[in-house]
Design a protein around this ligand. Structure first.
Ligand code: AKG
Length: 387
């Protein structure tokens, strides 16, 4: 079966990419985006780094300070003061500010969208780079413009030695296994844990599409915290029918078995797990941006009848889960609501389509619960009126 995403992987195709490379090994795809033109100019990226609400960093390396990190927002004169070489500007979540950058995410819909972290874009002067490092993320590095030499190295773990630096996680050792110069439209996939190092050959831009994966630590801590809030103080360890202990100071096997049994029963609540997971994975990266549009909007029906459609707030993450019994949960921005299973096609539209034209939605508004759901999402600022 071929899909619209196959072209991204040249001769390899999506199925083979997923089976052989995803989470396993790096892959260079020459001209994944043929005739690629960057959806953002360096000046616009620099402009974003001056803004309060945008997360940005400058990484500089010079003889005196081998690696220096500065955090934005930066003063207006920053770029006139920087040297000609050896620095990189990195701007996070550019997809939330530039719709043409967000459009790139549509090309990655062969992967779960709730795994997406953001699109980070870097601009590097010649010689610039952030140093050899590894991530716990999967990342697609798309060359936006100019040329960058990428080297890939060894598989790393938390035990891999790092340079002694307060802010940057730069590997002390780099065992180069392959290297390529990427040109606009070329894309390099790097799985988690693989050392990589990009150095600008010319001034250049790199577009990083990052896919996060929750750590087991994060899952255990946050899921058990969520579960704990569902329990009442009356639900406790019980040992009715206990036999008299041989040694009252000993915690015996039976006590641990009882405890283990109740812990296993609690954590095996699949509905609670899915509900927590959906909420957790849709928590906004920048909650203040996600909440910026909450309030009393114009009545939905008036807007739709005037031909005004809706669009997803770019700062809001959306996902849904349907249980085996058909019950449906929609997750948005770390919250959830249970909706009737007849609304599945609407929920799918909301989660998959950034733009929802009025004609499409008007077909749904004859159903009261569909209208209520849309109104609620608009009121919370998760869906916005498209002007
Ligand atoms: C990453 O996203 O992991 C990178 O290495 C990108 C660094 C850059 O664009 O300079």
């Amino acid at each position: 079966m071929t899909t619209e995403f196959d072209s991204l992987f040249g001769d390899i195709g999506v199925e083979r990419f997923l089976a052989e490379y995803w989470q396993r090994k790096p892959l260079l795809i020459r001209q994944a985006f043929p005739n690629f033109e960057s959806p953002i100019e360096p000046n616009e990226l620099a402009g974003l780094s001056l803004e309060e609400e945008v997360e940005s960093r400058l990484v500089l390396k010079d003889g005196a300070h081998p690696w220096e990190l500065q955090r934005g927002p930066f003063p207006d004169d920053t770029y006139s003061r920087l040297p000609e070489r050896d620095w990189t500007l990195l701007v996070q979540a550019v997809d939330q500010f530039v719709p043409e950058v967000a459009d790139l995410l549509d090309r990655f819909r062969f992967l779960p969208t709730w795994r997406i972290d953001d699109i980070m874009i870097s601009y590097a002067a010649p010689g610039g780079g952030v140093g050899p490092h590894y991530d716990n993320y999967d990342v697609f590095l798309l060359q936006g413009y100019g040329k960058r030499r990428w080297r890939i190295g060894q598989h790393c773990t938390v035990d891999s030695p790092l340079l002694d630096h307060p802010d940057l996680r730069i590997l002390a050792d780099f065992d180069c296994q392959d290297e390529w110069v990427l040109e606009p439209g070329d894309m390099l996939y790097i799985p988690p844990g693989i050392a990589h190092d990009g150095i600008a050959e010319t001034d250049c831009m790199t577009i990083s599409v990052g896919f996060r994966a929750p750590s087991h630590q994060e899952v255990l801590v946050h899921f058990t915290d969520y579960l704990a809030h569902l329990l009442s103080d009356d639900e406790r360890y019980t040992d009715a029918g206990i036999s008299q202990p041989q040694d009252p100071a000993a915690i015996d096997q039976a006590a641990i078995d009882r405890l283990q049994q109740s812990v296993l029963e609690l954590v095996s609540d699949k509905e609670a797990l899915a509900t927590w997971f959906g909420r957790h994975m849709t928590e906004a990266k920048y909650p203040e941006l996600a909440q910026a549009y909450a309030g009393e909007p114009e009545p939905l029906m008036d807007a739709l009848n005037d031909g005004i459609g809706l669009c997803a707030n770019p700062a809001v993450r959306l996902a849904y889960w349907q249980a085996n019994d058909g019950s449906l949960r929609l997750f948005a921005n770390g919250e959830h609501c249970v909706v009737g299973s007849s609304l599945l096609p609407l929920v799918q539209l909301i989660c998959n389509q950034r733009s929802l034209p009025a004609e499409l939605l008007l077909g749904w508004t004859s159903e009261e619960d569909a209208q209520e759901l849309l109104e609620q999402l608009v009121e919370k600022g998760f869906l916005l009126m498209e002007r």
